[in-house]
Design a protein around this ligand. Sequence first.
Ligand code: AMP
Length: 249
Amino acid sequence: MKILVAVKRVVDYNVKVRPKSDGTDVDIANVKMSINPFCEIAVEEAVRLKEKGVATEIIAISMGPKQAQEQVRTALALGADRGILVESDEDLQPLAIAKMLKAIVEKESPDLVILGKQAIDGDNNQTGQMLGALTSMPQGTFASEVNVADGRVSVTREIDGGLQTVNLSLPAIVTTDLRLNEPRYASLPNIMKAKRKPMDTFTPEDLGVDATPRVKTLSVEPPAERKAGIKVADVAELVDKLKNEAKVI
Ligand code: AMP
């Protein structure tokens, strides 16, 4: 069984992002970049399926600037077998990403495509679903448990009301939620080995995809600063302030 895992290069989750001084975008100059956390979970799940003997090959794919090959290499160090980089300096948006993934799905015929439920930069939560619509593959989004057996994958999903389990025929799409697993760290020997694993590079044009952005960012601003709170001595003071200062009761 072949698994395709999508890994996005994003600003590391520990970095406090700031807008550029002209407010046109988030400033990512000299900022630490990493694999999107949900994509790390996707890689981990694929590697566990390989360790269980369910999967035979894992392909990690990233779409973005040349430097996104670092995230593909990280996925290779975590256990993926080969990598694909679709190189573009465009602002790649979910529909273009989903179209490129569809082209790679047609080329590689994976049994399972695992993506993060969302990328923590744009917080779109769209790509997996769009890929599902474009390919007509069944999808199990927000997975907290994944089991593959008899040509099917059962996905337990985290939904508002609790948990839902869907049973999908393969090939299928899974998007990962936080509780699916705890990703491992890459060991130094595996980081070294990853340097020798194969990586193909394409452009969106090679895949027949027009990656021109369709959504325009008008401006990026930090959220308004919140005023510091105060401590009140007792309930009576709280009620008095709510009534006479905040005038909310
Ligand atoms: P989004 O829909 O942007 O929130 O992203 C959801 C998931 O789609 C991510 O966690 C990745 O698995 C995949 N994805 C989105 N953009 C990219 C990209 N540029 N390269 C690789 N995977 C991506």
